[in-house]
Design a protein around this ligand. Structure first.
Ligand code: MN
Length: 128
């Protein structure tokens, strides 16, 4: 079991993903915007963060930049989640420091494989 922080503003998506990740055995605290996500990453110290990119208050790219600029949170793997149609998001996500990327609608098997990978591999995209 791992603690996965889900940062997602869409309540329906959030509830569905939490239910499925909890069923897969994980503890899943959540935040509904990027600013709250950064605060919760600092307080909850999750093993991994699932970061929607389109968020109110602070988007997922900016939240990831802040997390990767902070010694206390930079080693937490961040998997960006975005809609398949958002061309260019993948590059923007990696530029912001995200360690991996997946598209919605979520393929749970594929996402769990990425989660398992990042729970056992140290992020290498730590920008100095
Ligand atoms: Mn969103």
């Amino acid at each position: 079991m791992a603690k996965l922080l889900l940062v997602e503003d869409n309540e329906a998506n959030r509830k569905m993903l939490i239910r499925r990740l909890v069923r897969a055995g994980h503890d899943v605290p959540f935040a509904a915007n990027g600013s709250e996500g950064v605060s919760m990453a600092r307080s909850e110290r999750p093993n991994l963060i699932l970061m929607d990119l389109t968020l109110p208050v602070m988007d997922g790219l900016e939240a990831t930049r802040l997390l990767k600029a902070d010694e206390a949170t930079r080693k937490i793997p961040v998997i960006a989640l975005t809609a398949l149609a958002m061309v260019g998001d993948r590059e923007k996500a990696f530029e912001a420091g995200c360690d991996d990327y997946d598209t919605k609608p979520i393929d749970l098997t594929r996402l769990l494989e990425k989660i398992e990978y990042w729970l056992t591999h140290e992020p290498s995209t730590v920008h100095e």
